[in-house]
Design a protein around this ligand. Structure first.
Ligand SMILES: Nc1nc2c(c(=O)[nH]1)N[C@H]1C(S)=C(S)[C@@H](COP(=O)(O)O)O[C@H]1N2
Ligand SMILES: [Mo]
Length: 318
């Protein structure tokens, strides 16, 4: 996001080849089975992605309340084009990310809460009801995708603790695994990666914790075992591989805001009319290569616009 010369959506040559090859196969499957692109990925994907991940825990009924009109992004595209700076500041981190150890995993919930907790992730997952939601994702670099997440509302996690009355924000933090994550050696970045939300935002029905995608366990490159998804905000707010959620009374300064406060702020709501200082936000390039108009709040205004009604004087869109 910071040092790149190339546009975020530029695809390395080699990937284009893989993709073309893959598309042929998908078309074939379509002809045979009449199914959607959803199922096509396994045979062609690199070994690092091959799925032993299919598991009942990651198959859930789709919640049809969250409507979409576009075709889902190919699983191959969504799982091989990623931002996860802990593994490198480029898009092809999916192989490197396989070094992350995601089990055992726990999430600490602390700060301004009545009963701080350290939750064992597997225990928690076996208790929470999960659902599938198809959400649009809009990266601040102007690429976008649309994928079927599996998980639960962030509000369900928050309801396990009692926030104190002075708590106003949560801060989420990504694991710092020095052995697995070469990016952590790039000392000019303000590790750990953190992100923040107001409690109102965190309690909004759209705020989601994803544990799976495409009916499978979340791949490591997408933030296993659990990542935030806040689809009305630029993608960098959707923090991956979360190990801590802290309640606080002060607005947190997140990873990207620490690094580049003129370009990235706390709110980061999607708005096609407010340009990034270095590029336009009017349109976006889907991972399948179409250019489409960007929508206010990434198309989720009906769910979230009311959160910002009394905040018009703030910098809500970067
Ligand atoms: N910990 C962590 N979380 C992160 C990032 C990151 O570098 N580190 N990148 C963010 C950005 S910029 C985007 S666009 C999305 C990308 O998610 P995806 O790779 O699953 O598409 O993850 C977000 N979450
Ligand atoms: Mo992003």
């Amino acid at each position: 996001m910071l040092f790149k010369e190339k546009k975020g959506w530029e695809i390395p040559e080699q990937r284009i080849t893989e993709e073309a090859f893959f598309r042929n196969r998908r078309d074939l499957i379509k002809c045979i089975g009449g199914t959607t692109g959803l199922f096509a990925a396994t045979a062609m994907v690199p070994a690092a992605l091959a799925s032993q991940n299919t598991d009942q825990k990651y198959q859930a009924t789709r919640n049809e309340r969250y409507k979409f009109s576009r075709t889902l992004t190919d699983e191959f595209d969504a799982t091989t084009y990623n931002n996860f700076y802990e593994f490198g500041s480029h898009k092809s981190i999916y192989k490197a990310a396989q070094a992350l150890k995601t089990s055992p995993w726990s999430i600490t919930i602390d700060g301004l809460v009545d009963n701080p907790k350290k939750l064992d992730w597997d225990d928690l997952l076996s208790q929470l009801p999960i659902e599938e939601r198809v959400y649009r994702h809009r990266c601040v670099e102007a690429w976008s995708m649309i994928v079927p997440w599996i998980g639960f509302p962030l509000a369900s996690l928050i309801s396990l603790v009692k926030p104190l009355s002075n708590a106003k924000y949560i801060v989420l933090e990504t694991i710092m695994d020095k052995d697995a994550m070469p990016g952590l050696r790039q000392h000019w970045y303000p590790w750990p990666y953190t992100e923040g939300l107001t409690l109102d935002e965190a309690g909004n029905e759209l705020a989601f914790m994803a544990t799976g995608v495409y009916g499978k366990k979340l791949p490591k490159q997408m933030g296993a075992p659990v990542r935030l998804v806040v689809p009305w905000k630029y993608g960098f707010k959707s923090i991956k591989s979360v190990v801590r959620i802290t309640f606080t009374d002060k607005r947190p300064v997140s990873f990207w805001e620490k690094l580049q406060p003129k370009e990235y702020g706390f709110w980061a709501n999607v708005n096609p009319k407010v340009d990034h200082p270095r590029w336009s936000q009017a349109r976006e390039r889907t991972l399948s290569g179409q250019t489409i108009p960007t929508q206010l709040f990434n198309g989720y205004a009906e769910f979230v616009a009311q959160l910002y009604e009394d905040k018009k004087s703030e910098n809500l869109f970067r």
